[in-house]
Design a binder for this molecule. Structure first.
Ligand SMILES: [Fe+2]
Length: 135
């Protein structure tokens, strides 16, 4: 697991509200990852994880509204991915709470969960908007 997971300009989807939310999500994932590395107590970790999941729900709604405004053609598929990402993170939260998951596995999952979606999926929104503005 990398020491610190940080925002990189290559993550930008060129939509300020989405980028700002992604920075918050990265900070929240970092809080969990740092907590794992520093062996913080379970109550603190559960709290950090709950805040991450709560913000994720808020962010996905907001991102989907931006997609609606820009008539993003893949909105329905993207919404389904968001629902699947929420189900995945809730499953990892359940496993973590039940002590059925090594903390390091939780950290690795969260970093991959967020970066894969931003880099491969949210990026399509940025490209769509860029194409709209030159049309
Ligand atoms: Fe997304």
């Amino acid at each position: 697991m990398s020491a610190y997971f940080e925002w990189l300009d290559t993550f930008s989807v060129n939509v300020p509200s989405v980028d700002e939310d992604h920075k918050v999500l990265i900070a929240l994932v970092n809080e969990v990852v740092t907590g794992i590395q520093e062996h913080r107590g379970r109550a603190i970790m559960n709290d950090a994880l709950s805040r991450l999941i709560e913000y994720t729900g808020y962010h996905f709604d907001r991102e989907e509204r931006v997609m609606e405004q820009h008539r993003f053609p893949e909105l329905e598929a993207h919404r389904a991915q968001h629902n699947s990402l929420i189900r995945q993170v809730l499953r990892f939260q359940r496993l973590y709470r039940a002590n059925e998951l090594e903390p390091v596995e939780l950290g690795e999952f969260l970093i991959d969960w967020l970066t894969t979606h931003i880099l491969h999926e949210d990026m399509k929104l940025g490209l769509h908007i860029a194409r709209q503005s030159v049309a």
